[in-house]
Every structure is written in C-alpha cells, then in structure tokens.
Design a protein around this ligand. Structure first.
Ligand code: ATP
Ligand code: MG
Length: 452
C-alpha cells in the first residue's frame, strides 16, 4: 500500500492547537530511534479546523519500550495494552495515550507478526495484544479520516487510505469490508453515528444498511463498555443531533430498548420531546463547559418506562411508595442488561425521580432541605422538562425557579403565601401532611446525604 505524504502547513494545520506534551512524546520516541506520530481524532480535528480535545500517539515501540523512555508512564489495558504518559498535576494534568501499531486479525501470522488477535465466533476481537506495522495499523482503524498520521517535527501527514480527501468532502468512509469491520467491533456502528452528528459527515446508504443488518451484534458487546460509549454519544456537543440520527437506526433499540418501546407507543411523541429538550440542554451545558452527569441522562431516557411500571403496580394495589422502589429497580435492571448502569449512576437517577413528587407537592417542612440537597439542581431541571411537556404546572415550576434565588426570609414568605393561596380552605398543615403520606416516596436516606 503506497501512502501519500502531505505538508501539514499546506493542509492548514494550526500547530498552536497541538499539545506541547504530545509533541514531547513524539520527540521522545523519535530520539530513542522509534517512529512517533500523532494519530486518530486529533489529526482529523486539526485537518477539519477543530481544536483537538485529546492526543493519541502511535509508534513501533512496544509498551515496555515506551515505558522506559518516559518518567511518568504506565501500561494500562488488557484487551489492548497502551501506555499513559502523564504530564503536570492537578488541573494542569494531561495524559498522552501511546499505542503500539496494531496487527491485522488473521493476516498477522503470515506477515511475521507475533500472532493473530483472538476473535469470538462472531468475529469480535477479544485479545488484541499483537503488534503490526504502520500500514497495518492504518487499515485496522475504523474510518479513513481517523487513520491519518502526523509527524509534528517534520510537519508531514501520512495518508494510507485517502482520509485527507474524505475529510475535505466531509465523507465518512469505513476502511475495509463494512460487515467484517462491524462484526469485529460492533461499537464502530455507534461511532459512525457519533461522528456523523458531531462532524456533519455524509454517511452512505450502504453503511446504514450494514448498520441495520449488524445492529443486533451490540448484544455481544460487554454492557460496561456500552455504558462508556453511550456517554461518548450523549456527552459531547451534539447529543440532540446524535439522538435524531440514532433514532433512524436499530442501534437505539439495542442501547435503550425500554425507551424505544415507549416512544413508539401512543403518547410517545411527548416523551421524545422531553428527551430532545434534555439533550439540547446537555449540548448547551457541554458548550459552556458546565458539568453533565450520566445519571441525568439515564433518568431522562428511562422516565416514561419507569412511570408506566409504577402506574401498573399502583393499579394492582401496590402502595405508591413501594411501587416507586420496585419500578425503578426493575427499569434499572432491565436497562443494565443492555447498557450497564453503575451504582454511581443508579443512585442519583433514583434521587432525581424521588425528588419530583417532593417538588410538586411543596411540603413546607421539606422545602429548605430540598433546596440544600445536592441533587436539587438536576431534579429542578428535570421538573422543568416535565413542565414543558405539560406533566407539571407552570406555577409550580416558576415557584421553584423563584424560591431558589431568594434569601431565607423571602423563602419563608413565599411558603406562607403558597399555603394561603394554593391550599384552598382546609388546614394547610393537615393537607400537607396528607399529601406527604399519600404521594411522596420517602427518601431511602433521610439524612439528605446521597451517593454518587
Ligand atoms: P474523539 O475526538 O471523540 O476522541 P477519536 O477518533 O479520537 O474521537 P478515540 O476513541 O479517541 O476516538 O480513538 C482514537 C483513534 O483510535 C480513532 O481515531 C481511530 O483511529 C481508532 N479507533 C478508536 N476506536 C476504534 C474502533 N472501535 N475500531 C477501530 N479503530 C478505532
Ligand atoms: Mg480521541
């Protein structure tokens, strides 16, 4: 395979966007006699005029050799060993990921490498610790635009697969046979959708039909890996677009089966607009560098399935408090069979839901505690989403919008006014107690401290 070489300057690379630490790593490798290139997403981003968020380096040195070159280097990973080279501390800390060239499954032995990667019966690669050459490394990558090699010292870009042309025309092209590449690693199908949404790439019908054909292979991918990939899908700056693209494929069904069933049912449009609104908010927050939590995403995606289960139980005579716990456990459990929900996600997602009825009922003695709760912000944002689709009255949402910005005296006054106005002519204390007993799932943790 004959690569083409290009001048990074002519391609318009903005070197000021390249991490100095990444350059140090490349130089460290090269001065020890090895190859060293920036590769993958960072080169693609430089080529497309975007600022890379992290930097990957590739080399012909093996992990042990890489480790010897750098002071703060650590070998990580089992499926494929890579080396993390760390620079700086605290907020300044930066990790540069260094990987040895990969080998091709199957062909590796013939070409004299250290043996072929192990694969499952469906062709999924299980153990990848065999090393190849730069040419083989290039064709092992997923998309042509992700297979460019940049030597920042010589200012050269090496292209084995016409990735530069595809980046120019904003085309996502898969390297090699599409079905084989998807069965080797079904997560690549999710990556197609992610990059399509994030970079506005054109994706051919052939790729989409291959996704439809292979989507079920996601069932073979460990649920914990899918959790990480789901976060990548929805916690970058194009979550809403990603949702719309995913929605056109079967992938969504294998990631969030309960969600898909609900949006396809009567009234599903409303639930989908809640999801889209939430994802638009996420995009805004990510754009402003504000934190986003996985629990919120899962609380949104599973809200309607949870409501349906909860109402079913209540209709069968289970008390609402109990139904709340049973339904959320059930919905989380079902979700975790496709995409793992770690405890650190389940806990806060549960709290966001549990706080909904507390927010709606505005029980005077719980109000201060709710405002102090560290999940208040997420639960309040969730309440606003529900208000947008008509599940919660605007008065209540506005009331919470106002009270959180008030001092203690004003808060007290607002509570008094609410009691006088809204609670009709019955004794407000009796009514609020009644409301609490009947409709509020009690927090499992009465101290107000939460996990996650
Ligand atoms: P991002 O900007 O989101 O980090 P990225 O392309 O850098 O995008 P990474 O997951 O950091 O994504 O992967 C780095 C590179 O490793 C990719 O650009 C691609 O070359 C290769 N790669 C990652 N995942 C796969 C995969 N599943 N199959 C083949 N190659 C992959
Ligand atoms: Mg990357």
């Amino acid at each position: 395979m004959k690569p083409t070489q290009h001048s990074a300057v002519e391609l318009g690379f903005d070197k000021s966007c390249v991490s100095r630490n990444a350059i140090k790593v490349v130089q460290g490798l090269q001065s020890s006699g090895f190859d060293g290139y920036l590769v993958g997403g960072c080169v693609r981003d430089l080529l497309m005029g975007r600022k890379p968020k992290d930097f990957d380096v590739t080399t012909n040195a093996n992990p042990e050799q890489i480790k010897k070159i750098f002071d703060r280097a650590r070998i990580i990973g089992r499926r494929f060993k890579i080396v993390h080279v760390t620079f700086g501390r605290g907020r300044e800390r930066e990790i540069i990921e260094v990987a040895t060239y990969r080998a091709m499954p199957g062909s590796a032995n013939k070409k004299g490498f250290r043996g072929a990667p192990k694969a499952s019966s469906s062709g999924r690669i299980l153990d990848d610790n065999v090393y190849g050459t730069i040419e083989v490394d290039a064709i092992r990558r997923d998309f042509t635009i992700n297979a460019l090699y940049y030597d920042p010292k010589r200012e050269r870009v090496i292209d084995f697969v016409s990735g530069i042309e595809d980046a120019k025309t904003k085309t996502l092209r898969i390297i090699g046979d599409i079905n084989t590449r998807f069965s080797e690693d079904p997560v690549r199908m999710m990556r197609v959708v992610r990059f399509q949404a994030k970079l506005g790439l054109r994706v051919s019908e052939t790729i989409f039909s291959a996704i439809e054909k292979n989507a079920a292979l996601l069932k073979d991918v460990p649920a914990a890996r899918l959790f990480e990939e789901v976060l990548k899908l929805f916690h970058h700056c194009a979550a809403a677009k990603t949702w719309l693209r995913l929605r056109e494929t079967l992938l969504l069904y294998y990631l969030f089966p309960q969600t898909v069933k609900c949006i396809n049912q009567a009234g599903g449009d409303q639930f989908e607009s809640l999801i889209l609104s939430a994802l638009n908010n996420t995009d805004e927050r990510v754009g402003q560098n504000k934190p986003v939590i996985p629990a919120y995403l899962f609380a949104v995606m599973l809200w309607r399935p949870f409501q349906i289960e909860c109402n079913k139980l209540v209709a069968n005579g289970v008390r609402r408090n109990e139904a709340f716990w049973i339904a959320s456990d059930l919905v989380f459990k079902r979700q975790s069979s496709s995409v793992t929900m770690p405890l650190r996600v389940k806990g806060p997602a549960h709290e966001i839901w549990a706080m909904q009825s507390l927010l709606e009922n505005r029980i005077p003695r719980s109000i201060e505690r709710l405002l102090e709760n560290r999940r208040f912000r997420a639960a309040y944002d969730f309440l606003l989403l529900r208000q947008e689709i008509g599940e919660v009255s605007k008065d209540i949402a506005d009331w919470w919008s106002e009270i959180q910005d008030r001092d203690v005296h004003h808060r007290q006054a607002m509570i008094e006014t609410m009691l006088e106005q809204g609670r009709g002519n019955s004794n407000p204390k009796r009514r609020s107690k009644h409301a609490e007993n009947k409709t509020t799932p009690k927090a499992r943790n009465p101290t107000g401290k939460h996990n996650g």
